[in-house]
Design a protein around this ligand. Structure first.
Ligand code: ADP
Length: 363
């Protein structure tokens, strides 16, 4: 018998409508065992609806959901080996930390000795053993968050669903908790599907990011590729500050495509995708891919010169806006540790970049 490599979770054509409005539009998705998959997209794009259908809190109008190859589309939530953690994770205020964590296991009727072992293990993993006898109101926000995580993990689900669980934390605590989540994921082997609208959070956490818009996925890829090789305008603009050009393709020469955008001559690799049909092509160029020179460079393709109209200094990076001869603004950035901050307003600079930095995008 041929062995088939099976995804932990498989969504096939999953659709959900609310009163004629399509919230989730025929989604296909595989989640592998042990991976962290982040659903990223603006508010209202359907992330939570998708998560609630995986949890069994909402029924799809179409499509199917499989876990370990078994169809669970209409299995009730409590019978799924899946746990969900919300932003408002509401601990029981009258129960101690230990009892909060043990609650779900007691309800399942596990033997007391096993409950005690598993609760101890979860508290050790989240380093909250010292607060076992406290009530939630005697804990900081970050500590409550860890109790909620312990409560979700102690049930040893196959899959943990997290709906913006770090939304209420301040930036530092958020970053700490992100590192903690990565550690817990590696330690337990439990797969995470994590919802956020924050691209930094997605980059920090994900093995793969699924970028969502209007109930559909635009791109599913490793963070490095989502950032470096976005497929369209939406993904490119969501992930980073990027220069966009509505270019006109002129010709192909060897392995390069020659295109023009105003006074700019752009070259990009002929094998780069996605390519638009016809002469128009949207192109992206990330700020840090542009080399900024104070010495004149010969005019030619993938070079420009302009006058600095704005400088933004952000700790490790300096970003400039340069006005080109045709009035177009090109933004570029450089690392302050490598380049001295010798850039000034009204200075003329020369900019250049590699053909591989010019990314064709679907519009
Ligand atoms: P996100 O999590 O990405 O912010 P949601 O999944 O919450 O998006 O919502 C997707 C769309 O579905 C939105 O237009 C929202 O208004 C709508 N929606 C979500 N839940 C309901 C509901 N229970 N009843 C009606 N419309 C809903």
């Amino acid at each position: 018998m041929a062995t088939e490599i099976m995804a932990l979770l498989e969504l096939r054509g999953v659709t959900k409508q609310y009163g004629g409005e399509t919230a989730v539009d025929g989604i296909d998705l595989n989640v592998e065992a042990g991976e962290i998959l982040v659903l990223l997209g603006p508010s209202g794009c359907g992330k939570s609806t998708l998560l609630r259908m995986i949890a069994g809190l909402e029924l799809p109008d179409g499509g199917s959901i499989l876990l370990d190859g078994q169809d669970i589309t209409s299995l009730p939530a409590y019978r799924r080996p899946v746990n969900m953690m919300f932003q408002s994770y509401a601990l029981f205020p009258h129960l101690t930390v230990r009892d909060n964590i043990a609650f779900g296991l007691r309800r399942e009727g596990l033997p007391a000795a096993e409950i005690a072992t598993r609760v101890d293990e979860a508290m050790a993993m989240l380093e909250i053993g010292g607060f076992a006898a406290r009530k939630p109101d005697q804990l900081s926000g970050g500590q409550q968050q860890r109790v909620a995580l312990a409560r979700a993990l102690v049930k040893r689900p196959r899959l943990l669903l997290l709906d913006e669980p770090l939304g209420a934390l301040d930036k530092r605590l958020r970053q700490q908790t992100q590192a903690e989540l990565r550690r817990l994921n590696r330690q337990t082997g439990i797969a995470f599907v994590f919802v956020t609208h924050d691209n930094d959070e997605a980059m920090a956490l994900a093995d793969r990011i699924a970028v969502m818009q209007h109930g559909r996925f635009r791109q599913i890829d490793a963070p490095r590729r989502i950032y470096g090789r976005p497929v369209d305008r939406f993904v490119a603009s969501l992930m980073c500050d990027i220069n966009l050009f509505d270019a006109e393709v002129q010709a192909e020469s060897g392995d390069l495509v020659l295109a023009k955008a105003g006074g700019l001559d752009l070259r990009f690799p002929a094998d780069a995708t996605p390519r638009a049909a016809g002469g128009r092509q949207l192109l992206g160029l990330r700020l840090e891919q542009i080399e900024i020179s104070r010495e004149p460079l010969p005019a030619g393709p993938n070079t420009a010169s302009g006058v600095i109209t704005d400088i933004e200094y952000i700790g490790d990076m300096t970003t400039i806006a340069a006005k080109l001869a045709d009035g177009r603004i090109l933004k570029a950035s450089q690392l302050n540790a490598i380049h001295e901050p010798l850039l000034e307003l009204d200075q003329t600079v020369w900019l250049q970049w590699e053909a591989a930095a010019v990314i064709p995008l679907a519009d």
